[in-house]
Write a protein that binds this ligand. Structure first.
Ligand code: PLP
Length: 330
């Protein structure tokens, strides 16, 4: 049985105790997040979407986002405040630096919002993106929901955001972090106060944050195994390919010949997989890739389920269902 992510027992205990305690868990949480992310002002809010709402209110026009592989919650927040959003054409979610350079020369861009792991599946070239943003004085809003635990991303972004909702690396089922690294924008104090996280959430984050590196690395490593094995298995089958095969991510995306096949395949796989929650989603969708695909969301699994045996079990079911659907087509 594959276990879907849920709040770990020890963290739940800490959260229960926090309910009746007088400890300043908000302050403790701000300090521990600051220790991880480095210099800047930290705010703990009730969700990452709340963080993005606060940021959307504060930034100027125009905002650039990727045409896929991003997070549509940010675009919805920009809509609320009437901020103009422009879409940058990517290679299946990944930014091409030469093209971004030309784009920023030709357009008046105020801010760029990106997820550090495009579609949770491949890392953006953050160093080059940061350099371009500095040259063009573009505010870089970096959503590190998929990279918390990866120390190499912490130096990037004027604003960093990540979710501690479910199913995430820090999995509290609630909460979001807004870390303002450079103080270039004025965040609305009323919104920050209104959307502030409660002490139970803060106690949970405070406790869980020490596990991030281990959870992140285990998920990356397990997903690498899954990707490599599926690449080999699907070698002969040109209609089904693993997206961004050489990149590390928290999920594995396989293209399918059509959207209807993706839906059917995902349904069949879900019927076979013994899980306590859904780990198979489908594309095209903005938050992953805009191609017909099935997405194996390794990130949704509890760390104890991230075993080689379980990955072999997933591979077997995915491969046999692809083979079956191919035979039905003939
Ligand atoms: C990349 C990314 N950013 C932001 C969010 C929003 O998080 P929350 O549920 O905490 O609002 C999500 C949620 O899945 C996400 O995947």
């Amino acid at each position: 049985m594959l276990e879907f992510k849920k709040i770990s027992r020890d963290t739940l205990g800490v959260m229960c105790d926090a309910a009746g305690s007088g400890v300043d868990f908000y302050g403790l949480c701000v300090d521990c997040v600051g220790d991880v992310l480095g210099c800047g002002e930290t705010y703990i809010l009730n969700s990452a979407n709340s963080c993005l709402l606060v940021v959307a209110e504060a930034i100027g026009d125009c905002v650039l986002v990727c045409d896929q592989g991003g997070w549509n919650g940010f675009i919805k927040s920009c809509d609320v405040f009437g901020k103009k959003v422009m879409y940058f054409p990517t290679d299946d979610g990944l930014i091409n630096i030469e093209k971004l350079s030309v784009y920023l020369e030709e357009h008046d861009v105020n801010s760029l919002y990106i997820t550090s792991l495009s579609g949770y599946t491949a890392k953006q070239p953050l160093n080059d993106i940061k350099k371009l943003c500095d040259v063009h004085e573009v505010l870089l809003i970096l959503d590190i929901s998929g990279s918390i635990g990866d120390e190499t991303v912490y130096e990037y972004g004027d604003i960093q955001i990540f979710s501690t909702g479910s199913p995430k690396i820090i999995n509290i089922e609630n909460g979001g972090i807004l870390h303002d690294k450079t103080g270039k924008i004025q965040l609305n104090k009323h919104l920050l106060k209104t959307l502030k996280a409660d002490k139970i959430t803060c106690a949970g984050i405070n406790h869980e944050i020490r596990k991030t590196k281990k959870t992140y690395e285990k998920t990356i490593q397990t997903n690498r195994y899954l990707k490599d094995k599926l690449i080999k298995k699907l070698e002969e089958n040109k209609n089904y390919t693993v997206i961004h095969p050489e990149h590390d991510g928290l999920n594995t995306i396989i293209t399918t010949p059509s959207k209807s096949i993706a839906k059917k395949l995902a349904y069949n796989i879900r019927q076979k997989l013994e899980t306590t929650g859904n780990i198979i989603t489908t594309g095209p969708q903005y938050n992953r890739i805009k191609r017909a695909s099935i997405n194996i969301e390794t990130k949704n699994l509890h760390i104890t389920s991230l075993t080689q045996e379980n990955m072999d079990y997933i591979i077997e079911i995915v491969y046999s269902e692809i083979t079956r659907i191919n035979h039905q087509k003939k």
